[in-house]
Design a protein around this ligand. Sequence first.
Ligand code: KG4
Ligand code: ZN
Length: 363
Amino acid sequence: MILGIESTCDETAASVVADGTRVLSNVIASQVDLHQKYRGVVPEIASRAHIENILPVLQNSLSQAGCELKNVDAIAVAYRPGLIGSLLIGVTAAKTLAWALGKPLIGVDHVHAHLYSVMLEEKDEGRSRKDEEACPFSDVAHSSFPAIGLVCSGGHTAMYDMKSWTQITLIGSTIDDAVGEAYDKVAAILGLEYPGGPIVDRIAATGNPKAIAFPRSMLGKESLDFSFSGLKTSVLYHVRGVPAKPKRDVINPAVQNPPRIPTSEELPDICASFQQACVDTIRLKLRRAIEKTDAKSVIIGGGVSANRGLREALRDFDVPVFFPPMQYCTDNAAMIAGLAHVLFDRREFSPLDMDAITYSQFR
Ligand code: KG4
Ligand code: ZN
């Protein structure tokens, strides 16, 4: 039984997971309300909120799991990559607990843990395994490696060659925006709320995906990298027109090209066509990755793995594709405790002077 802690970005989360798959509690304190007006995560606000949230979240997680600290076998924490001020709160809490209780500390990579979330069972007993979104990956895990792993979220778009849960090699990543970031920025252009991914996804279902020919950025014939910033600019120009060259006496070009919000009639086709461009790009990159490796399956995790269009588009893919249950797509601590179980079995414990590692140090 492992207690997991997650605080890499703007969610403070704690979870107790048994045997690496049975989620006994999954408590998440979201900070969306705090960051909404800035349309993105403000690091200083995030770390202060983590300090306020960490103890109540830990207490709730233990009481919902019906267990006491003395019953857990190890303390796991996401120690990379993330915002340094945010990471330090979770890492310090985990080290303190591990030291005070004399239990092993297990540092977990947040991005790798997103992939492991396909192993987690639905928390709601009644829906377990019956939910069509839940893929019973744990039944087939061993025969599904080697696999292509794809993490697509607000902070990451990265593809991996996975020989196992611990032998993971990066084979491609975004050279500019992460796909979730593109969703959030396009939502801002369209005058929609933050975070925009789920809203664009919902509106896209009512539009024509072929209505507007937005670009699919492939970055050359062989490349496994991604680029979404051209697509985002294309949506901007579609909505507001290509900006006129600023006149010499205009100090602020935004005055000359004032923002325009599309009408509610225009929105569905824009959302559907943007989503189709994202989905086509991801599908093509996955195909390329499968051709280059001997992958037997695809494992997808991260916030954008909740996207209905992506799930639909990969339903009859060349190899089996595994998605996490919906509740484990976005940031959570169950995936941290889950992956820690694999490390626990291998006795891969972390020292009490383990460092938190931010984005720039992560490879
Ligand atoms: O994994 P996550 O919680 O945080 C990071 O590690 O970044 O992902 C959050 C991202 C946001 O950009 C959000 O807009 C996006 O995932 N997202 C979606 C959907 N649900 C969340 N994007 C597209 N479609 C969705 N249904
Ligand atoms: Zn994440």
